[in-house]
Design a protein around this ligand. Structure first.
Ligand SMILES: [Zn+2]
Length: 75
């Protein structure tokens, strides 16, 4: 596996994200609910931060470009 860069991830966010299996990372990123599309969409241009021990991913809907977010529980 090539080393992935996380320019938009905080250090704490990277620690949580790296513990998630790659297949599951993709599942997370490709199943984000967009309130505009009213469907599960892929999140692009995402960034990560840690909120109360959980990883918060924020990005844009791949279809309409609106902001979408997804919380990934840290434990
Ligand atoms: Zn959308």
């Amino acid at each position: 596996m090539t080393i992935f860069q996380f320019p938009q991830f905080s250090l704490e966010a990277v620690k949580i994200w790296e513990k998630i299996p790659v297949e599951f990372q993709d599942t997370i990123l490709s199943n984000v609910l967009c309130s505009n599309c009213r469907d599960s969409v892929r999140m692009v241009d995402y960034s990560g931060s840690v909120v109360s021990g959980d990883l918060l991913l924020k990005g844009n809907c791949a279809i309409c470009g609106r902001t979408v977010a997804r919380l990934v529980e840290g434990s």
